[in-house]
Write a protein that binds this ligand. Structure first.
Ligand code: ATP
Length: 254
């Protein structure tokens, strides 16, 4: 039985979220979310603490499970019946606020472990790919170090390299700079900017509004589990439609 629901049309959309509701117990965290992310788009999600941004992005690779509505990633619907969630996950790289590197593995091993176990690549090939992406994030010389020997910014760049090693077509970023000291934020944002320049489809939860201005094709504002508005950054920042967006951006931009 084919347990993967495919859309009939060739999908221009990388991610299609439609009518998604989610509850934590009695608390409804996502309320009727509709969000389409087309291939090559870079969506920045912003909004107040607790508005459901992380939950939404985590639903996009099924780290969290939605209860109603549908989420389709590259034509595959995320459901309980989906047997090969690892296939979806390897196509959707995720970078977290707190890096989530394996502390007992070297940088190189962090970048090869999933390639070997999920992609089943031989060690030599996995190592070549890992070194290519460590060069891409400008830290090949750290390959034999352990995460604890690196700065926060370097660890986050390893996390990005590790995700890229799986050859994802989509990258999800959940507040990738908010655990970093200010002087390290730029090196991580520069890496993300260079990925965007290469045409990577990206969904980023971040409060870095300069990044949003420079990189986002569209900015989504969430509040109270809902998408309040979505627009191109210059329009959303200069002329938000909703009072709630105005209030939030007013605090953030001034
Ligand atoms: N596992 C969980 N169980 C119960 N409630 C949760 C859980 N995870 C998140 N929540 C609640 O859901 C709401 C939304 O959380 P979420 O982390 O998605 O918000 P956010 O917009 O990303 O916030 P922040 O910017 O502070 O990270 C919050 O009220 C949070 O306390």
């Amino acid at each position: 039985m084919n347990t993967q629901t495919k859309t009939d049309l060739p999908h221009k959309a990388a991610i299609e979220v439609a009518g998604v509701n989610k509850w934590y117990g009695a608390f409804q965290v996502l309320k009727g979310i509709d969000l389409t992310v087309n291939k090559g788009e870079r969506i920045v999600i912003c909004g107040p603490s607790g508005s459901g941004k992380s939950t939404l992005i985590r639903c996009m690779n099924r780290l969290e499970v939605h209860q109603e509505g549908s989420i389709i990633v590259n034509g595959i619907e995320l459901t309980n019946q989906l047997k090969r969630i690892d296939r979806v996950r390897s196509d959707v790289g995720m970078v977290f606020q707190h890096f989530n590197l394996f502390p007992h593995l070297t940088v190189l091993e962090n970048c090869t472990v999933a390639q070997r176990w999920v992609r089943k690549l031989p060690k030599k090939q996995a190592t070549e790919i890992a070194m290519k992406y460590l060069e891409r994030v400008h830290i090949p010389e750290k390959a034999d170090k352990y995460p604890g020997q690196l700065s926060g910014g370097q660890q986050q760049r390893v996390a990005i390299a590790r995700a890229l090693c799986m050859n994802p077509s989509i990258m999800l970023f959940d507040e990738p700079t908010s655990a970093l000291d200010p002087e390290m934020v730029k090196e991580v944002l520069d890496t993300m900017i260079s990925l965007a320049a290469d045409g990577m489809t990206m969904v980023c939860v971040t409060h870095e509004m300069n990044f949003a201005r420079e990189v986002a094709s569209e900015v989504v504002f969430m509040d109270g589990g809902q998408i309040i508005e979505r627009n191109k950054p210059d329009i959303l920042f200069s002329a938000p439609t909703h009072e709630r967006t105005r209030r939030f951006l007013g605090k953030l931009l001034h």
